[in-house]
Design a protein around this ligand. Structure first.
Ligand SMILES: NC(=O)c1ccc[n+]([C@@H]2O[C@H](COP(=O)([O-])OP(=O)(O)OC[C@H]3O[C@@H](n4cnc5c(N)ncnc54)[C@H](O)[C@@H]3O)[C@@H](O)[C@H]2O)c1
Length: 269
């Protein structure tokens, strides 16, 4: 067979390993709660060794215990504030030492604050944008360097329906999530010929501690979003696991700079 015909052939067992993540390592920021925790547990069930980074020590340790309880590869937790560059860089060095390589990075550390734009407190704006956007950027940068050195890696950022549309009392959050799209595309472009893919997942409103905490301040934002849903139901954290496995695996080698919406069709309507 000629070399070209070889490349075009589909080997008999090609699909068998397409989604295989066994023996991969993942760093999951915000893995101590909600969506990050679900993705880390899903990864562990696929054979991935997780490093959980969070500032919520109890939550982080709980994720590690849950994975151990399911006999997943031993996960480790480290207290890391993703908005502190020195902590993020120390974590990247620790990860490379502890597990040798970083195949996957999930940036799920994030928060929300509800306020009318005209009264949005400056320090809350700085906090939300600093965490959701700069925190994501700093982690992409530090763990991206490890991946570039390896010549391989997959980064998955948490975007949102709010990366594309607006809803009330969430101006800092919307600004930060629009920024996450820009970072995702920028890094995908810069790193596309060096083996590092950068994508995002865009969830609908999810049933998570973040959503519940934000709703305590006001239901204006959630009511607005829910009124425009195709069917009135929040997403479940476990419903993002398949998308994360797809983006982390060989099944998505041509996918970079993309935002995979997991929004129950929200943006279609
Ligand atoms: N919940 C939703 O409806 C929804 C929808 C779309 C996108 N998202 C995004 O998904 C991500 C995860 O959301 P979630 O619902 O799981 O929230 P969550 O509050 O359940 O979890 C977020 C985690 O981030 C951690 N964290 C906060 N500040 C940190 C810091 N400085 N350093 C490290 N960790 C920090 C928290 O301790 C927490 O464990 C966020 O980026 C969020 O914006 C959430």
């Amino acid at each position: 067979m000629s070399e070209q015909a070889d490349e075009l052939a589909i080997p008999r067992d090609f699909v068998k390993d397409l989604f295989d993540l066994r023996d991969r390592t993942a760093v999951v920021t915000g893995g101590g709660s909600g969506l990050g925790r679900a993705i880390a547990i899903g990864f562990a069930q696929a054979g991935v060794t997780n490093l959980i980074l969070d500032v919520n020590d109890e939550g982080g340790e709980e994720t590690v215990r849950t994975i151990a309880g399911q006999a997943g590869p031993p996960a480790q937790y480290r207290h890391v504030d993703v908005t502190a560059k020195s902590e993020v860089e120390a974590a990247a060095a620790w990860a490379a030492e502890t597990v040798g390589r970083v195949d996957i990075l999930v940036n799920s550390a994030g928060s929300a604050f509800r306020s009318p734009a005209e009264d949005f407190p400056e320090e809350k704006f700085d906090f939300i944008v600093g965490l959701n956007l700069k925190g994501t950027y700093l982690c992409c940068q530090a763990f991206g360097r490890v991946m570039l050195e390896q010549g391989a890696g997959s980064i998955i950022n948490l975007a949102s329906i709010g990366s594309f549309i607006a809803y009330p009392w969430a101006s800092a959050y919307l600004a930060s999530k629009g920024g996450v799209l820009g970072v995702t595309r920028a890094l995908a472009l810069e790193w596309r010929d060096r083996g590092v893919r950068v994508n995002a997942i865009g969830p609908t409103l999810m049933d998570s501690p973040l959503t519940r905490a934000a709703a305590q301040r006001t239901s204006i934002t959630a009511d607005f979003i829910k009124a425009r849903m195709l069917r009135p139901r929040l997403g479940l954290p476990r419903e993002l696991i398949g998308a994360a496995i797809f983006l982390a695996s060989e099944a998505s080698t041509l996918v970079t700079g993309h935002t995979l919406m997991c929004d129950d069709g929200y943006l279609v309507a």
